[in-house]
Design a protein around this ligand. Structure first.
Ligand SMILES: NC(=O)c1ccc[n+]([C@@H]2O[C@H](COP(=O)([O-])OP(=O)(O)OC[C@H]3O[C@@H](n4cnc5c(N)ncnc54)[C@H](O)[C@@H]3O)[C@@H](O)[C@H]2O)c1
Length: 250
């Protein structure tokens, strides 16, 4: 789906690959100017090149989303370079299945990168959107924001937190024409899950747990992100949209 986003400006975090790259490309195809950001600079620039080669407009800026000053600077760049900010996809995240999130350092890392970051991003973005009279924000949560996992309390709590933050911001800014929603993907075939996706028996196990019998492709999450930013979802706010092939419907 291509939306009429000419003249609009979108910022996407974690856009060097996976879901963020797919959403940045989709924004670009729809005519928005895209501020691509990530901590992986080379791959981020690749995303920009893909957008530009397809006829779009984009710029890369390094941004560690767990650093509030870098996030503020990112939003300032959207304004200085493209003049405004209409859409934000707060998507950067980490998931480290081998770590022990029952210990303080691993817990803190997941909470900082996956949850505190969304607070920093939304604060800066909402301030810019208030100044221009509105906007739309989509945060990447997860089905892990809806269910527990005994070995990943940090990841799970961060994603539950993203949904809580999404709902809270949606309520606070509902009358200011800023809609705030979340996407909750099941397993998506991205670099984040390459360790399982590339091992046939693990991949088969995930596919067997998913009623639709497969993993999602990043573009299937991106299309929901763009819909949530578009006027087609003009009365949708505070919603955690589950995109999991039926996995949590069981
Ligand atoms: N792949 C899945 O199965 C799945 C499922 C549900 C939710 N998610 C969520 O989707 C989002 C995107 O993940 P993905 O699957 O595309 O994986 P990915 O690893 O391809 O993308 C994550 C991106 O975030 C970037 N990143 C990591 N730490 C960062 C930081 N501190 N600052 C800025 N950028 C940082 C990475 O460099 C990477 O480019 C994440 O929030 C993830 O938790 C993924």
């Amino acid at each position: 789906m291509i939306y009429p986003f000419e003249g609009k400006v979108a910022v996407v975090t974690g856009a060097s690959g996976g879901i963020g790259r797919a959403s940045a490309l989709a924004f670009g195809r729809s005519g928005a100017s895209v501020l691509v950001s990530d901590v992986q600079d080379e791959k981020g620039q690749e995303t920009v090149d893909l957008i530009i080669n397809a006829g779009g407009t984009a710029h890369f800026q390094h941004c560690d989303v767990s650093d509030e000053a870098q996030v503020d600077d990112l939003v300032a760049t959207a304004i200085s370079r493209f003049g405004t900010l209409d859409f934000a996809h707060n998507n950067a995240g980490i998931n480290r299945p081998g770590s022990d999130e029952w210990t303080t350092p691993d817990w803190a890392l997941s909470i900082n990168v996956n949850l505190n970051s969304v607070m920093y991003c939304m604060r800066a973005q909402i301030s810019a959107m208030l100044a221009k009279g509105g906007g739309a924000i989509v945060n990447t949560a997860s089905v892990n924001g809806l269910v527990g996992n005994p070995s990943q309390p940090g990841y799970v709590s961060s994603k539950h937190g993203v949904i809580g933050l999404t709902r809270s911001a949606a309520l606070r800014y509902a009358k200011e024409n800023i809609r705030v929603n979340a996407v909750c993907p099941g397993v998506v075939d991205t670099p984040m899950v390459k360790d399982i996706a590339t091992v046939p028996q693990y991949r088969a196990a995930i596919e067997a747990m998913t009623p639709m019998g497969r993993m999602a492709q990043p573009e299937e999450i991106a299309s929901a992100v763009l819909w949530l930013c578009s006027n087609q979802s003009s009365f949708v706010t505070g919603h955690p949209l589950v995109i999991d092939g039926g996995a949590t419907a069981i």
